[in-house]
Write a protein that binds this ligand. Structure first.
Ligand code: ADP
Ligand code: MG
Length: 691
């Protein structure tokens, strides 16, 4: 396994891999593969079943996205468990000029049909689907007629009950492959537990799979443990940390919903803007908060571990744990949400000795002692199948413990339960209680908790502990970038100059403006890591811009000029800067056309006149496109309405407006009803205004 000090052994430069590297550069704008990516991509391109185990933020998506662009003989089908994640991935792909789409329960039937048609005609390279879709007969029938070149299963640990995020909808995936023409499968996960890994291979029926476990080290993450003795100390530490982060993003994880509520309230009272997130909240509230976080309008989230897999935000600068998680797997996965862009980030675990108690309680609830389960069953048998109140089952007053035992008996089918009443459904089932299985799960859970606590108490390199735990053998004994290694407090971050920082902030503002205009999260435009690299390199032209990590060709076409203008403004003499800068954000390149406007214009120049077709091609809403066309008409970039709006409609509107400038489109629409659309009105208004 390649570790931090081992050279990255890349499979020699096969033609396939060279092609992959070219795609990585041209489309994704990345100069090099990250550890493991080249190996996984080689195996996938050789049509082998592949299991890729890489840490969160390690770059798993690229492992199927690059092959998807190279496998021109068919489509790459990506199974992904979370809708929000799917949307972001599709947005990100489209921003790079890659035709991708998603099908899930939020997509209207009509649009699903269009997407499948696009897939059938070979237009699409990637199709993201929610696992439940495979249960729909119509969808399966449509799928069977498509050439699927690769089946990618993201977050593959969801298929295993040993994992921490089992999802029933994943269980059926094993059968899916054979029903869609048996394409090769690539399964991806960040869970390193060997038991989960075996489970994935078995349940997906991978044939002689290539298994790649990439180095688990995330050198840009700094790990620290803050040992405290009271809740008050935790709170003080966390609020100070959040203040120091200024306007950077952070996640604060808490062990329970109640704790989330308390910590959020306290932080807000202390004047720190943040929002709560846990599974007890309404779906819409959760979605709203998640979106706000992705779009940078909200910087700090206080959450239970329910806030997780859907979060692919690359520029989280700190993940803070208020309470110790149940295992290093959980911890590393949650902490790993920091610094996915490769930039410096901090992962802090707050630990008080008594924190273990909460975790032990959860284990007792999930995995009661086998002897206890047997005892409770024997007791219920003495009631001869009659219903009794849970509290009457045992003499001791241990309701949670008894509940846990009852729950486990219900799961094995020996006991029934309705509210507080419980009864034995069979009286001769004692031998069927899987005591060995119960004990194994319990043991497993305690071992994981022990490893977690050893980490929290460690006086030696935290990174080394993590890597040892995940079986990454080649790590160094002291990383020099974690709490115990530093403990003097000196930093190892690369010093950035003030000018670089201020340029970075300008670039971020431009990114935000573009993202808001296009209705996508900022990181879909460029990641923080890309903007930092840009601020450092200060590219002055296309060639130099393409050397920035994360700037591919299509993204350059779309956004390059806007960012080049910021760069020009930054190097201009001071007095000119302000005007140059404000022009840069508003309109790229000093001309009136932003990159997005120019792109809409190029569709027009390609002969497309229909607003809806343009909207689909650009993955923007029709009203945005109409707005673009309106501006283009005003600037004279588009000569007239020919082909876009019928002359009769123009006449109709002109009459209705009685020669006055049109101020309210809504009023006109009301007056004219179905005769015109809002888009028509936008265009006609611009046209008349120009005349
Ligand atoms: P995960 O393994 O958690 O699914 P992602 O696929 O979301 O990670 O990748 C994390 C981040 O790393 C993304 O912003 C992605 O674009 C970036 N990334 C992936 N591969 C590379 C690479 N070879 N060089 C630089 N950045 C990369
Ligand atoms: Mg991922």
């Amino acid at each position: 396994m390649p570790g931090p000090s081992a050279p990255v052994v890349e499979p020699t430069s096969s033609p396939a891999l060279n092609a992959a590297r070219k795609v990585l550069r041209d489309v994704f704008g990345y100069g090099e593969f990250r550890p493991g990516q080249a190996e996984v991509i080689s195996a996938v391109l050789a049509k082998r079943d592949t299991l890729a185990v890489m840490p969160t933020g390690g770059g798993k998506s690229v492992c199927y996205q690059v092959p998807a662009l190279l496998r021109t003989d068919g489509l790459t089908l990506v199974v992904s468990p979370l809708l929000a994640l799917m949307k972001d991935q599709v947005d990100a792909m489209r921003a790079m000029g890659v035709p991708a789409a998603a099908i899930n329960s939020t997509v209207a039937i009509e649009e699903q049909r269009e997407v499948l048609a696009a897939a059938g005609s070979g237009e699409l390279r990637l199709l993201y689907v929610a696992p439940e879709r495979f249960g729909a007969a119509g969808f399966m029938a449509a799928l069977r007629s498509l050439p699927v070149a690769l089946l990618a299963i993201d977050e593959a640990h969801c298929i295993s009950q040993w994992g921490h995020d089992f999802r029933p909808s994943y269980r059926e995936l094993g059968a899916v492959r054979d029903r869609i023409g048996s394409p090769p499968v690539v399964a991806l996960t960040a869970t390193a537990d060997p038991r989960v890994r075996d489970d994935i291979v078995q349940r997906l029926g991978l044939h002689d799979p290539a298994i790649h476990v990439a180095g688990f080290d995330r050198p840009n993450l700094r790990f620290e443990v803050a040992k405290v003795s009271s809740l008050k100390e935790k709170f003080e530490g966390i609020s100070a940390q959040l203040r120091a982060l200024k306007d950077e993003s952070a996640i604060v994880y808490c062990g329970t919903r109640k704790r989330v509520e308390e910590v959020t309230d306290s932080l807000q009272r202390a004047g720190i803007r943040c929002a709560r997130y846990h599974a007890g909240m309404q779906d819409e509230d959760r979605k709203r908060i998640q979106d706000a976080f992705a779009r940078d309008t909200l910087r700090v989230i206080v959450a239970t571990n329910a806030f997780g897999m859907g979060i692919d935000k690359p520029d989280v600068r700190a993940v803070i744990h208020h309470d110790m998680p149940d295992s290093l797997e959980s911890y590393y996965q949650e902490a790993g949400r920091a610094g996915r862009d490769g930039g410096a980030a901090t992962c802090t675990l707050y630990y008080a000795t008594r924190d273990r108690g909460l975790r032990e309680f959860f284990i007792e609830m999930a995995h009661p002692e086998a002897s206890r389960v047997v005892e409770v069953y024997q007791q219920l048998v003495t009631f001869g199948g009659n219903r009794v109140h849970v509290r009457e089952v045992m003499r001791e007053n241990d309701e949670p413990g008894i509940n846990a035992a009852v729950q486990s008996l219900v799961e094995s089918g020996l006991v029934g339960r309705a509210g507080y009443s419980v009864w034995a459904t069979r009286l001769d089932g004692e031998a069927d209680i899987d005591t060995a299985g119960l004990e194994a799960h319990r043991e497993h859970s305690f071992q994981k908790l022990d490893a977690m606590e050893n980490y929290a108490r460690s006086r030696t390199c935290l990174r080394a502990r993590i890597l040892e735990y995940f079986g990454d053998a080649t790590h160094e004994l002291a990383c020099g970038n974690c709490g115990p290694c530093i403990s003097g407090g000196e930093t190892h971050e690369e010093a950035t100059t003030g000018a670089e920082d201020s340029l970075f902030r300008d670039l971020r503002e431009t990114r935000k403006a573009i993202a808001d205009r296009d209705g996508v999260p900022p990181f879909v435009v460029f990641s923080d890591a890309t903007l930092r690299d840009m601020a450092k390199k200060r590219p002055r032209n296309r060639m130099e811009m393409l050397s920035v990590s994360g700037v591919g060709q299509v993204k350059f076409e779309r956004y390059g000029e806007a960012f080049l203008s910021v760069m020009r403004a930054a190097t201009a003499p001071l007095p000119e800067r302000k005007t140059l800068y404000s022009r840069a954000t508003k309109a790229a390149d000093g001309s009136k056309l932003t990159p997005s406007l120019r792109e809409t214009l190029s569709l027009y120049e390609d002969g497309i006149r229909d607003v809806r077709t343009m909207a689909r091609a650009r993955a923007l809403s029709p009203s945005t496109i109409a707005n673009h066309l309106g501006q283009l008409l005003m600037y004279g970039a588009i000569p007239d309405l020919d082909g876009m709006v019928d002359e009769e409609k123009v006449a109709l509107v002109r009459t209705a407006a009685k020669g006055q400038p049109i101020t309210s489109i809504g009023a006109l629409k009301q007056q004219l009803g179905e005769q015109v659309t809002y888009e028509d009105l936008h265009l006609i208004r611009a046209w008349l205004a120009r005349k």
